[in-house]
Design a protein around this ligand. Structure first.
Ligand code: SAH
Length: 395
């Protein structure tokens, strides 16, 4: 089957841009074939092979610029992906990392994470999901060491659960994984999330190395408290984890326990972060390090929060409870905002507070989250370490 690409989109696809949008096609078929399809230019000349599948972003991916996508092709993608991660495979202090990063590894719509000897597949559209038998076969040939796997359905489906077993043996619950020598309890078959976001390993790594040693750390939007645990392991005096989800309390306790850190020395607060900022002011609480890692979007009773609109408010509120010389760790996984725009939002808030600041370190996705060089927008993670000096104002 051939599909014609709109004239204006031919060039980018020939240059290996992988994501297909509606506007890129002359006619969008009313139903998508489960087969691989050839995409052709206005003269009918072959451009690339790929598939159509409705996702959160886009309606399909180009996969091969050299003809058919068969078993040998899939195996070669997995082998290349494996070779790209030998440094993680050999690192005994880290047992969880991304094995396959969608379009970064040549096949948009699927990611695979390794948790010790288990894997978690995330399917982002139904078309690719229909091809799972062949994909899983190719994967198991290249990764025979993976004993069992689970899958997450990240497209809308009436019949499929969010999470289920995919193959092999069951993972223990919790499954303890290791990262930079720190343990994390993970649950591979409990909804879409596992208890740890593997894309933050470098940021946690800096905390473990001691960037918060001897300091008090406030971890906002803490989820299972991974940044808090990394800070405590790196010598922080005490950590405060704030999240409004009730489950965050037992989950965070567990993360401390699996590292033999006394939970009594740590604070875990179930509260809206915007309420916590007010609470901290009332109680005269100040922190040396504040981590701000909100979801891209959140809705609660009082307001709708989006990183693209409201991140500045978090920075403004944080400055009020940051010690005179403090470290602000600003993080977002929002794909709809560029690094530059995000930085500008933060700077605007810092300028408004008239503090002196220095952007010290920047992190984006770690190398296991391989980026497609023709699709830089896939590098959604943006993290800044900013030193703040409140006593010597800039202006
Ligand atoms: N920083 C975490 C991941 C954060 S995930 C980590 O590195 O592991 C986002 C978290 O924000 C979720 O756990 C969610 O419950 C929480 N959340 C969303 N809105 C919130 C709010 N207004 N106040 C507190 N927590 C919130």
């Amino acid at each position: 089957m051939n599909i014609k690409v709109a004239k204006k989109s031919e060039k980018k696809f020939k240059e290996r841009y992988p994501l297909i949008q509606k506007e890129d096609l002359i006619d969008v078929p009313s139903s998508f074939s489960d087969e691989w399809v050839d995409f052709v230019d206005s003269k009918g000349q072959y451009i690339a092979t790929g598939y159509l599948g409705k996702q959160n972003k886009g309606i399909g991916w180009l996969v091969s610029w050299q003809g058919s996508v068969d078993t040998a092709f899939l195996e070669s993608l997995f082998l290349e992906a494996k070779n790209h991660r030998t440094i993680f495979e050999q690192d005994e202090s880290t047992s969880a990392y991304r094995l396959f990063n969608g379009e970064g590894d040549g096949l948009g719509g699927l990611t695979i994470d390794r948790y010790d000897n288990f894997a978690v597949f995330s399917w982002y559209n139904e078309t690719l999901y229909q091809k799972k038998i062949k994909i899983v076969q190719a994967f198991r040939k290249i990764f025979p060491e993976i004993e069992g796997a689970y899958e997450k359905i990240r497209f809308s489906s009436k019949s499929l659960p969010e999470s289920q077993k995919l193959f092999g043996s069951d993972a223990p619950e919790p499954l303890l994984i290791c990262e930079n020598g720190v343990n994390y309890a993970s649950y591979l078959n409990d909804g879409l999330m596992t208890g740890i976001f593997l894309d933050q390993k470098e940021v946690r790594g800096r905390l473990v190395e001691g960037i918060a040693a001897g300091k008090t750390v406030l971890n906002m939007f803490s989820y299972t408290g991974a940044f808090s645990v990394a800070s405590a392991m790196g010598g922080a005096i005490t950590t405060t984890s704030v999240d409004l989800a009730k489950r965050s309390l037992p989950k965070t306790k567990e993360q401390f326990e699996v590292n033999h850190i006394a939970v009594e020395d740590q604070k875990i607060v179930v509260m809206d972060v915007f309420d916590y900022f007010k609470y901290a002011i009332r109680k005269d609480l100040m922190y040396d390090v504040i981590v701000l890692d909100p979801p891209s979007f959140a809705r609660n009773k009082k307001k709708v929060f989006s990183v693209a609109k409201n991140y500045g408010e978090l920075v403004l509120d944080s400055i009020d409870i940051l010690q005179d010389k403090g470290l602000l760790i600003c993080s977002t996984n929002a794909a709809n905002i560029t690094l530059e725009k995000y930085k500008k939002m933060i700077i605007k808030a810092l300028d408004e507070k008239r503090v002196h600041y220095k952007f010290k370190e920047t992190y984006q996705l770690p190398s296991d989250f391989k980026i497609n060089k023709h699709f830089e927008e896939g590098n959604y993670l943006k993290v800044f370490f900013i030193e703040i000096d409140k006593k010597s104002p800039m202006h």
